[in-house]
Design a protein around this ligand. Structure first.
Ligand code: HEC
Length: 106
């Protein structure tokens, strides 16, 4: 059942990212190196992944914090503490950090 919900979410993400893609010249005819699927994400894709992970993982133990509650300087040590708690790998931590930094308090 959980798997099913997860698949739905994933599908939603895919549909969403397709929808938001502007019809520019970026038509990926050749799939880029399938062995490293996360290595060549665009900035938008990384931010979206970061946002999804943040929403999914960071509201479990406490209320979901708002990225704009903290500055970029605040988020650095917070993410260092919270990434292991949320069991994020290095890539995922960077994506979440990119997301919160983009929306951080100015
Ligand atoms: C396993 C439980 C757990 C998870 C998962 C978790 N946190 Fe926390 N978080 C805590 C606890 C406990 C505290 C309070 C103690 C502390 O600050 O270390 C806290 C505190 C915080 C604070 C307040 C820090 C401050 O200095 O005021 C923020 C912001 C935060 N978490 C963000 C996050 C983010 C972002 C994620 C996802 C990457 C996350 N948390 C995932 C347990 C968790």
């Amino acid at each position: 059942m959980k798997k099913y919900i997860y698949s739905l979410c994933l599908l939603g993400v895919i549909v969403y990212s397709c929808k938001t893609q502007t019809t520019t010249t970026t038509t990926p005819t050749v799939p880029a190196t399938p062995s490293t699927p996360t290595a060549n994400l665009t900035k938008e894709e990384m931010l979206k992944k970061g946002e999804d992970l943040f929403n999914l993982k960071c509201g479990r133990c406490h209320g979901l914090p708002s990225p704009s509650e903290f500055t970029v300087a605040d988020w650095q040590p917070i993410m260092k503490r919270m990434a292991p708690k949320a069991k994020l790998n290095t890539d995922e931590t960077n994506w979440v950090l990119a997301y919160v930094n983009t929306n951080a308090k100015k």
